[in-house]
Design a protein around this ligand. Structure first.
Ligand SMILES: *Cc1c(COP(=O)(O)O)cnc(C)c1O
Length: 225
């Protein structure tokens, strides 16, 4: 199948899943994950009307940034080292992986110098896997309170990278717990913090994620296979 056909299929699946979600009227944003893909492939993605691209490697983003056609809107979706912030601060519109004080401080400084805040999602590690990045659930509120005071950072929601399960039903409770946390934080109305975006779900489990309340999904393999 072509990239355009894959994207059409993903959109259709998202629409189906959305009907079962806790918030069926809410649109779902698809992020095309660009790691290992060529600029030619990404231009095909753009031509299919999919303009949001998410890269998790700073170097790859730098390499592709000028090579893809105009109209691309870039997100950083993977672990971001503080010392790499300077390369992407003026290139991306959303950081999915805010999860440490040092990264927050660096982003805050860089963005204040640029004169506008960076939209960020706070990465939460609900399955508590030692190998992965992200805050534990109980760390989230204090972290939000800290970053809410940083003028260079605008938190817009949460992001989760779930463990891989062959049987996607096994990931459902994790997505459900993320959605509950997202709702709780929304109700808390922490000043300066917005809870609008819940980024979770990848190629093999995005339908389950949308059914459980994700309104942003990050899809790589199934777009290019
Ligand atoms: C690679 C990656 C994805 C997409 O994974 P696929 O299985 O290719 O859809 C999503 N999010 C992050 C953070 C990734 O690194």
């Amino acid at each position: 199948m072509s990239i355009a056909e894959n994207i059409a299929e993903i959109r259709k699946n998202v629409e189906e899943a959305r009907k079962k979600s806790p918030n069926p009227e809410q649109p779902v944003t698809i992020v095309a994950v660009t790691k290992t893909r060529t600029p030619e492939q990404l231009n095909e993605v753009l031509a299919a009307g999919q303009s949001i691209l998410g890269e998790n490697r700073v170097q790859e983003l730098m390499d592709k940034y000028d090579a893809v056609n105009q109209g691309a809107v870039w997100h950083i979706i993977g672990h971001l080292q503080s010392n790499k912030v300077k390369y992407i601060a003026d290139k991306v519109v959303l950081v999915h992986s805010l999860e440490s004080e040092s990264l927050a401080k660096e982003l805050n400084q860089r963005m204040q110098a640029l004169g506008h805040p960076m939209d960020c999602l706070v990465q939460v590690n609900i399955a508590d896997e030692e190998s992965k990045f992200g805050l534990a659930k109980e760390e989230v509120v204090p972290f939000l309170e800290m970053v809410s005071k940083m003028p260079g950072i605008h938190v817009r929601g949460l992001m989760n990278i779930a463990p891989f399960f062959e049987d996607t039903e096994q990931v459902r409770p994790i997505f459900r717990e993320m959605y509950q946390l997202f709702q709780e934080l929304k109700e808390k109305q922490i000043p300066g913090i917005d809870m609008e975006i819940l980024s979770m779900g990848m190629s093999h489990d995005y339908q389950v994620a949308v059914e459980e309340g994700a309104n942003m999904i990050r899809v790589g393999r199934s777009m290019f296979a």
